[in-house]
Design a protein around this ligand. Sequence first.
Ligand code: WT7
Length: 652
Amino acid sequence: MNKTPNTFPVPKAFAAKAHVDQQGYEKLYRESVEDPEGFWARQANEILHWQKPWDKVLSWDFKAPSVRWFEGGVINVSENCLDRHLTARGDKPAIVWEGNEPGETRTVTYRQLHAEVCRMAGLLRHLGVKKGDRVAIYLPMVPEAAAAMLACARIGAIHTVVFAGFSAEALRDRINDCGCSVLITANEGLRGGKRVPLKETCDEALAECPSVRKVLVVRRTDGETAMQAGRDLWLDQALRELPASANSAPEPMGSEDPLFILYTSGSTGKPKGVLHTTAGYLLHVSLTHRMVFDLKEEDVFFCGADVGWVTGHSYVVYGPLSNGATSVMFESIPTYPDAGRYWDVVERHKVSIFYTAPTAIRALAKEGDGWVKKYDRSSLRILGTVGEPINADAWLWYHNIVGEGRCPIVDTWWQTETGGVLISPLPGATATKPGSATKPLFGVQPVIVDDEGKEVLGNGVSGRLCIKFPWPGMMRTVYGDHERFRQTYFAMYPGLYFTGDGCRRDEDGYYWITGRVDDVLNVAGHRLGTAEVESAIVRSGLVAEAAVVGIPHEIKGQGIGAFCVLRDSVSSDASTIKGILHTVREVISPIAAPDAVWFVSGLPKTRSGKIMRRILRKVGEGEYESVGDVTTLADPAVVSEIVETVKSSRAG
Ligand code: WT7
């Protein structure tokens, strides 16, 4: 049964042309851990353009915690992503936009993007936005989203991009947490067959956001929206009316000045504002984008992630543009108008590097090979996956069908917190195994610890994944709550950064991420906290108490199972389920809606009142007989009721 998974060697012809081959990887990796400061200083010199060099490469202390890279250096991210490419790459496409409808495209060259960003930067300054101010971005996948991010970076404003699928409440909470003064949105978004009333959602959110003074509205459709006088401006009109003399010079930014805040879910409480800073983040995403995807000048790079997630920040915008690459920006969804859309995009734009999530791969594999084979994929060189563990079947389908067996797959492990990829094969250097993220990238020092926090050495071991040395792209704090930063990542295993993931290191030293070991769910590659979903469920007014767990889901990888104790006099029927789902969609987003709702009379709790999630997880996974010890429960009888409820819901 325990068959060793196949290993896929690096294609020889590939290794010959790659930035690094196997020996190169080993040599550079060794250098990067033996002399991290020397390694990163050299990379920072070679890869980035500095207005002023740094004084000190690194100072760090994981106890405080405090991490500072390239202090004393002065650098601007937008200058690195745009200005410095103008001479050699002015007419090269920076962004190839594929809109919601097939063939609705727009190409923005480096020169054009630079001009657009400069105008937008000038406009923001004209509206009074200064270095350090926060600007919220709530946009669909349109070039203006990238331009808005870069315009913020240009003037030193801290952007916080909120995924345009989030609800008004979620948007409101994020804006208020970091006190944004400006919001950039669109009148409407288009996603598949649907129109999304973005500006309306903003208006609802802004009713409770006192800090927002101005709203810039991108005209994405011909849809009407009410414009509030004195607050709302159409972006195109505001740009036309902006004096030509507006100041668009790149702001001199200190290496450790904040670049952006991105909210992500944790195991407790509200989403936290992950703060990334300037130089280290840019260096990390630039180097990883170049190495992991073996980037060449002529490549056309496609990353299917939305800019509302970190993958969109690092590998649609900052990584590719800092490298002067062509980045394809995709507004639609993989199944619109049909399951061939991705491959249609690959054929028409001659995509050479293609990066998506396992959930999309599984969904498309299910539709059959015909959709893929209908299109010419000969431009493809490398395939990437990110966001959750990829099962061997999906990996093999991606490799054999999409990549015609000739494209190396890079399974990239990282997190919002890490800024960029930390564990991944290098296509010219690392033999791959389906389901393994393989080896640490340069400068990354992973360790596996046991339950007591002791490092487990050697190969053929498993435990929890920690990192023991800082890397340039790591988050610096939770915005406005440094203590939460310490508690969440550095308190569990003193001296180590704790990832929240379980992990195995096999006999060959390959890393296999086994999924979250905390109360974080990964639903279709989207990260959600159990506490967050539970409190949304209770907000329905129908439920007295709820506990949610991850359940196996064929396409999403993980779905959400919700155990609900109803309030007195609420009936356990379909309309109650509907009410619960509706509330979760409104409070968080449709992505957080439970896949199964089970009504129970009580939750399994210890005598001190703590919910025993372990039991619920087992039941949710269908392991009814192995729920483990229930003797410490206040009322062990609830377990059999729960098992029966779940079993019978699945029998039907
Ligand atoms: C969590 C981070 C990093 C961008 C997208 C998600 C899981 C991510 C992989 C992978 C197995 C993965 C982990 C991680 N994850 N990539 N290649 N293999 N698991 O960012 O929303 O911050 O989620 O996603 O569990 O902790 P995120």
